[in-house]
Design a protein around this ligand. Structure first.
Ligand code: ADP
Ligand code: MG
Length: 253
């Protein structure tokens, strides 16, 4: 049975998508079979895997809103054992359409349950909000991974996120666990980065991954080539650190 990991932080630009694509591919490199579900209407994880969004006839929207079988939207990627359930901009409408549907927070979870035993990991790239799409991810997930950018205001909003996780545990998904907190875009030259690391470690303690993701230009270039970093520049620092993260995730599960 796959571990289902929601990559969540309602802040934008903290490296959710970068982590989703590159953790997925690094786990594949280690032999796991991985499905990446793109739950952000921007579809950045979709294009980051090399999928041409404008050519799609279906996406995860149809699974959540129209009860389409998730198997019918899953696509291959350049890596054999990595599959993607893509998102297109129409997914933005789902946030409103879900409101009037029955079981509006568990629709993704029900779809994913049917394929859970076909993968080792299912990673869900969440949108930058705590709306119904993210709630669907939290209900479907066994675990959450929280990326935090080493920037000013890094901790802002995290107590709201932790409260949301508590509420989900109480009413919708008792089993939900925090797999880990990931520090991203670390810049060793700035005191601010070092302060943020200290602060996050004080707050989350052993939940913080040992692996810290530094700023790395190659990581920011890879999406425009539709490739994860292990394909775009396999020897880069960015590729190395996401391999370390995959290793750590495998230790923790
Ligand atoms: P989110 O999904 O949380 O909005 P993204 O993964 O899209 O965040 O990252 C935001 C921006 O930062 C993107 O342009 C991405 O390429 C860039 N980025 C992410 N991680 C790194 C990193 N370690 N080094 C440099 N740029 C990064
Ligand atoms: Mg994103």
């Amino acid at each position: 049975m796959a571990r289902i990991v929601a990559i969540v932080n309602q802040k934008g630009g903290v490296a959710k998508t970068t982590t989703a694509v590159n953790l997925a591919s690094s786990l594949v490199e280690r032999g796991s079979k991985v499905l990446l579900i793109d739950l952000d209407p921007q579809g950045n994880a979709t294009s980051g895997c090399g999928v041409m969004k404008h050519r799609l006839s279906r996406c995860i929207y149809d699974v959540i809103i129209n009860d389409e079988d998730i198997r019918n939207v899953i696509l291959d990627t350049e890596l054999k054992k990595m599959k993607v359930a893509p998102a297109r901009i129409e997914l933005a409408g789902a946030e409103i359409e879900l409101v009037s549907l029955s079981q509006r927070e568990s629709r993704l979870g029900q779809a994913v349950k049917e394929i859970q035993n076909e993968f080792d990991f299912i990673l869900i790239d969440c949108p930058p909000s705590l709306g119904l799409l993210t709630l669907n991810a939290l209900c479907a997930a066994t675990d959450v991974l929280i990326p935090i950018q080493c920037e000013y205001y890094a901790l802002e909003g995290l107590s709201l996120l932790m409260n949301t996780l508590d509420k989900v545990r109480k009413s919708l998904n008792r089993e939900l666990e925090v797999l880990g907190v990931l520090l991203t875009m670390f810049d060793a030259r700035t005191n601010l980065s070092i302060q943020v690391v200290d602060e996050v470690k004080r707050y989350f303690r052993d939940k913080v991954f040992r692996t810290i993701i530094p700023r790395n230009v190659r990581l920011s270039e890879a999406p425009s080539h539709g490739q994860p970093i292990i394909l775009y520049d396999t020897k880069s620092r960015g590729a190395e650190v996401y391999r370390d993260l995959a290793e750590e995730v495998l230790e923790r599960v």
